[in-house]
Design a protein around this ligand. Structure first.
Ligand SMILES: *[C@@H]1O[C@H](CO)[C@@H](O)[C@H](O)[C@H]1NC(C)=O
Ligand SMILES: *[C@@H]1O[C@H](CO)[C@@H](O)[C@H](O)[C@H]1NC(C)=O
Ligand SMILES: *[C@@H]1O[C@H](CO)[C@@H](O)[C@H](O)[C@H]1NC(C)=O
Length: 506
């Protein structure tokens, strides 16, 4: 027995040393630039990448942040929060834009708050006002909560039941009150409204709050455990991909009990990514994709309703998320970089706030590691792509992250195959060389893809487009990252592109 356990100790010592030397061999073997892929829609939900994940949500078209417009069928006029909010709500507009658009906050599958353009909520104002509807409260409570009652034949015919049990009615075009007891669905009924959905969000907030506290935890954990597995790292490493960029949300730092509706357990999933990366000799870039307050208003920033509110007041909390991630993963030889904030959007995120945050986030990483690179994402929107260069040059082991899509702008709308490829070889090549200075930070094309606005392109067209991008983005000194690994839309999926011979890296 004794000698047997002695042997076990000796044996485990040898296995241990072997593992250690292997991990040193791997880390010393590691060279830039990286060929990476984004594990998008894994730990930060993006509904468009796999819409079926939302299928089990009741009233799944009425999620947080859904933008709705309401037209009185009797008056044929839209509801409007006068001045965008802060005063009365009327029903006198013949067309609808920002003041006539309300963002839903979902309480449960049938109860909602309505947030107006200036961020107030509309609700009943009863003091001497006869339950008049006003958009004056900056918080949502009992008086701001309404049940959306949908017509069973036409779900876009609705009546809004207030917390006094009565319905909102458009008595006249300037008088909207919550005092109607009728129940007809006639056009002439003053409580019937046509609901038009003009915008949707499908991010982490929407899926977790949509399923609700009873169902969301199991659904999210099943997703984390099945969407990305050991096999995926095996597939990637054997196909020439040597790193993964893993988008995470701020709530991971509150694991295992993040504030509702977010669900605990995502840090366990990220731990697994490190285990698999280690096993297959790959590197991990942790990417804070969703900051509290939302740095860009997109669903992939974890936003509840699409308002972009990240700024100075959120910096301490955001730095503590970086601190959590750096503390937890700094010792892993697979950690190659931490990206402090994905796609901050100008002008809502100012350059001053961003540099202030980047400086503090950088220091948080350096508390735990001198080796990991710190990645600074350039701002999207109207911003100079070189605005971070001198700042980043003053710090060691930093990287500027740029995202290149021939999409999301009218200028790409009518480009044909060759024009798209020329754009890569000319404009993208020079944009990239502008951020690749000799003594400054490294450069990373952290997101790109082979999707474009060309209709009916052939496989060969896609292959040429992919090859052009690999050639040009291959000049980025830190590397590139395909968006994404898995996606319901094939050309956005590096897995599909490799399996079908559209992209070859080895
Ligand atoms: C080091 O890199 C070489 C060439 O890319 C590769 O063949 C080898 O397997 C790598 N070794 C380790 C330990 O990863
Ligand atoms: C709608 O009603 C409000 C309140 O009476 C008024 O100030 C506004 O001018 C009206 N707008 C239109 C387009 O009639
Ligand atoms: C939904 O929320 C409302 C308002 O808080 C509550 O009265 C109602 O019971 C809830 N319904 C369900 C099904 O939880």
């Amino acid at each position: 027995m004794a000698s047997n356990s002695y042997m076990k100790v000796v044996l485990s010592f040898f296995i241990f040393s072997f593992v250690i030397s292997l991990s040193f061999a791997q880390s010393s073997n590691f060279t830039l630039p990286l060929k990476s892929v984004n594990l998008g829609n894994w730990l930060v939900t993006e509904g468009w990448m796999k819409p079926s994940r939302f299928d089990g949500i009741p009233n799944k078209d009425l999620l947080d942040g859904t933008k709705v417009q309401l037209m009185s069928t009797k008056l044929q006029k839209y509801l409007c929060a006068e001045n965008g909010g802060g005063t009365i709500v009327v029903a006198n507009r013949s067309s609808a834009s920002a003041w006539e658009t309300f963002r839903l906050w979902r309480i449960n599958e049938t109860f909602f708050n309505f947030r107006v353009n200036n961020k107030q909520f509309f609700g009943r104002f009863s003091q001497g006002q006869g339950n008049r509807i006003v958009a004056a409260s900056t918080t949502a409570g009992y008086a701001q909560t309404f049940e959306i009652v949908r017509n069973s034949d036409d779900p876009n015919r609705v009546r809004l039941k207030a917390s006094n049990g009565l319905f909102i009615q458009a008595v006249s075009d300037t008088s909207l009150t919550a005092d109607y007891g009728g129940s007809s669905w006639d056009d002439s009924d003053p409580s019937v409204f046509k609901l038009q959905i003009v915008g949707t969000l499908q991010g982490e907030y929407q899926i977790t709050n949509g399923y609700g506290p009873d169902k969301a935890p199991q659904i999210m954990r099943d997703h984390w455990n099945s969407y990305i597995t050991d096999d995926d790292f095996k597939f990637l490493s054997s196909n020439g991909v040597n790193a993964v960029r893993v988008p995470v949300g701020w709530w991971i730092a509150k694991d295992p009990s993040p504030p509702k509706p977010f669900v605990g357990g995502s840090s366990q999933a990220l731990d697994n990514a490190f285990i698999w990366a280690q096993k297959y000799g790959m590197k991990v870039i942790i990417d804070l994709h969703a900051a509290q307050g939302s740095q860009n208003g997109n669903d992939h920033s974890g936003a509840r309703d699409g308002f972009q509110e990240w700024g100075d007041s959120y910096i301490p909390d955001t730095v503590s998320v970086i601190d959590y991630l750096a503390a937890r993963y700094a010792k892993s030889s697979s950690l190659v970089a931490i990206a402090l904030l994905n796609e901050p959007l100008a002008p809502g995120v100012t350059l001053d706030s961003l540099k202030n945050y980047y400086q503090q986030g950088y220091s948080a990483v350096r508390k735990y590691t001198q080796n990991a690179y710190v990645i600074f994402s350039n701002r999207l929107g109207p911003a100079d792509s070189k605005e971070l260069l001198s700042f980043a040059s003053s710090l060691s082991r930093t990287v500027i992250d740029v995202h290149y899509y021939n999409l999301f702008s009218d200028s790409f709308k009518n480009l044909n195959v060759q024009q798209n490829i020329d754009y890569i070889n000319n404009q993208r090549a020079s944009a990239l060389s502008a951020v690749a200075t000799s003594n400054g930070p490294l450069s990373y094309v952290g997101e790109w893809t082979c999707e474009w606005n060309v209709n009916g392109a052939s496989k060969e067209d896609y292959q040429r487009f992919g090859k052009a991008q690999l050639d040009v983005y291959g000049r980025a000194t830190f590397g590139w990252g395909y968006w994404a690994y898995k996606c319901a839309q094939n050309h956005w999926s590096l897995k599909w592109m490799i399996e079908n011979g559209y992209i070859t890296l080895v």
